[in-house]
Design a protein around this ligand. Structure first.
Ligand code: SF4
Ligand code: ZN
Length: 113
């Protein structure tokens, strides 16, 4: 679904039909995070991560820093692989173990006589 900032985001949900007025971020699961607001989408790294990484095993949640009132709210993403656990590196690149498996498969394909 297209989020309030105009980017495609699989975690965004809205329903304005039949008198409904509902907007949700389904990546906002961290209980220590500030409460999500639609304006947080414009600072969120998730749409770019999803565009860069199409792994079906990629899981994401966001954290909104509630204490950055002077310089604005900061949204960060936590990524993990449902097969291999937390992703410590750049989530745009994805899970190193899944990438290694994909590399091995490609190598095996191209090394076939
Ligand atoms: S805050 Fe981020 S993850 Fe949540 S709906 Fe907006 S763009 Fe998507
Ligand atoms: Zn993985």
């Amino acid at each position: 679904m297209v989020n309030p900032s105009g980017a495609e985001c699989a975690f965004y949900y809205e329903d304005f039909q039949r008198g409904s007025d509902r907007q949700e971020c389904r990546a906002a699961k961290n209980p220590r995070s500030a409460v999500w607001q639609p304006s947080d989408c414009k600072n969120c790294p998730v749409p770019a991560i999803l565009a860069a990484n199409g792994s079906p095993y990629l899981e994401l949640s966001i954290f909104i820093n509630p204490r950055k009132l002077i310089i604005g709210r900061r949204v960060t993403a936590e990524a993990w692989c449902s097969l291999h656990g937390p992703i410590d590196g750049d989530p745009h690149v994805g899970c190193p173990e899944c990438n290694a498996v994909a590399d091995d498969l490609l190598r095996a394909l191209f090394d076939e006589p």
